[in-house]
Design a protein around this ligand. Structure first.
Ligand SMILES: [Zn+2]
Length: 347
C-alpha cells in the first residue's frame, strides 16, 4: 500500500478545504454538497449546504442563527466518534475554542491530517478542553501568530474589571465581547472571581447565552438590559457585542466605562482607536506560545498555516526543521475584531 500525498487528501479550493477521496469540504465559505464544520462562528459555519456534519452544539448554534432550514440534512458527530466518508475516516476532537468546537482529523491509508479550525490550549469553563491530536500534517490557525501576542491569564483581566466596578459604583460597565463564546466565557470568569450580582445582556447576546445555560453551563443570574431603568444600571456589568459599545445604545447607561475583551487589546493603539477605556486581554485563540507548543506536541512533520499572521509562524516552523506553508484560504474573518449585528437581533 502506498502512502497518500497529503495534498491529495485535502486541498485548498475557492470554496474551502476540499477532501476529494471523502467528497466533503471543511468549513466551506460557499454552499457545497457536503460540509464538515469545526464550530459555529459565522465565517466557518454558513447556511445553505446540502448536508452538514458537526457536533450537536454546532448544529444547534447554526439552527439558532439561521433557522430550521439552514442545511438540507444534518448529522451530529460526537467527540471521538469515527465516521467513514468515502475512502476516508473523519474524527472530531475538542478544540477548546467555543462550545461544540472541534478539530477534524481526516485519515486515509497511512496519512492523517488534522484541521484544527480555531483553537486555544488554555482552560475555558464553557467548553471541552483542547486535545492534542498526533498527526502527519497539522493545519493551524494563526490569528495571533506573532511573538508579541502573549495573552496572559484571563482571570487577571477579569480582576481588573471587578476592581474598576468597585472603584466606580455610580458608573455602568459595558464589556464588548463576541456574542458566541467570548461573552459566556467572560461571564463564567466573572462568576469564578466571586461576583454574584446579576449580569446584564445586550439583546443580541440573549439567545446564544441562554443556549449555553441550557447545556448546563453555570452563568449565574442574567438579566436583559432592555426594559431596565438607567439609574438601575449604575454599578452593574453588561455584556454587549463590540459594535454596540460605541453607538447610541450606550446612552441608556449612566456614565459607562467601556471595556473590550479581545486578544487584540494587547495592542494599545487598537484600544485607543476604538475608544476602549478598559482593555481586557482575553482571547479564544491560542497565543504565540500556545500555537508553537501545540505545533510541537502534535508531532506533525508538516504544518499548513491559515487565517491570520501566517508568515511568522511558517518561518518559525522552518527554523525548527518542519515543512511549513501558508494555505491560501479566503473568506475567514476574525471574530475578535468586531461583530456586525445580524438582522433581526434587537438591542
Ligand atoms: Zn472562531
Amino acid at each position: 500500500m502506498t502512502g497518500m500525498r497529503s495534498q491529495d487528501l485535502l486541498s485548498p479550493l475557492p470554496a474551502g478545504l476540499f477532501c476529494k477521496p471523502g467528497n466533503f469540504h471543511i468549513d466551506p465559505v460557499r454552499p457545497v454538497e457536503r460540509a464538515v464544520i469545526t464550530h459555529g462562528h459565522s465565517d466557518h459555519a454558513r447556511a445553505g449546504h446540502g448536508a452538514v456534519l458537526a457536533t450537536q452544539e454546532t448544529l444547534d448554534i447554526m439552527r439558532l442563527r439561521y433557522g430550521e432550514n439552514f442545511a438540507g440534512a444534518t448529522q451530529a458527530v460526537r467527540y471521538g466518534e469515527e465516521i467513514r466518508l468515502g475512502d476516508v475516516t473523519v474524527k472530531f476532537h475538542p478544540a477548546g475554542h467555543v462550545l461544540g468546537s472541534a478539530q477534524i482529523a481526516v485519515s486515509c491509508k497511512d496519512t492523517c491530517i488534522v484541521a484544527s479550525g480555531d483553537y486555544k490550549d488554555v482552560r475555558d469553563p464553557t467548553c471541552a478542553p483542547f486535545e492534542i491530536v498526533p498527526c502527519d500534517v497539522f493545519i493551524t490557525e494563526a490569528t495571533f501568530g506573532l511573538p508579541v501576542f502573549r495573552h496572559g491569564d484571563a482571570a487577571d483581566e477579569v480582576k481588573k474589571l471587578l476592581a474598576s466596578v468597585a472603584l466606580f459604583p455610580e458608573r455602568a460597565h459595558l464589556v464588548g465581547a463576541y456574542s458566541l463564546g467570548k461573552a459566556q466565557r467572560v461571564i463564567a470568569l466573572i462568576r469564578a472571581a466571586g461576583y454574584d450580582a446579576p449580569i446584564y445582556l445586550h439583546g443580541a447576546m440573549e439567545k446564544i447565552t441562554h443556549y449555553y445555560q441550557s447545556q448546563g453551563i453555570a452563568l449565574g443570574e442574567l438579566r436583559a438590559v432592555r426594559g431596565t431603568k438607567k439609574a438601575d444600571l449604575a454599578g452593574t456589568i453588561t455584556l454587549a457585542p463590540p459594535t454596540a459599545t460605541s453607538d447610541v445604545w450606550t446612552r441608556r447607561f449612566p456614565d459607562p466605562v467601556t471595556a473590550f475583551a479581545s486578544g487584540w487589546m494587547r495592542v494599545r493603539a487598537r484600544a485607543r482607536q476604538r475608544g476602549v477605556e478598559l482593555p481586557l486581554v482575553i482571547s479564544d485563540h491560542a497565543d504565540w506560545d500556545g500555537l508553537t507548543a501545540t505545533i510541537r506536541a502534535t508531532g506533525a512533520r508538516e504544518i499548513w498555516v491559515t487565517h491570520g499572521q501566517e508568515d511568522a509562524l511558517v518561518h518559525w516552523c522552518q527554523t525548527k526543521g518542519l515543512a511549513a506553508r501558508p494555505l491560501d484560504l479566503v473568506g475567514y474573518g476574525d471574530e475578535e475584531e468586531s461583530e456586525t449585528l445580524a438582522e433581526g437581533e434587537e438591542a
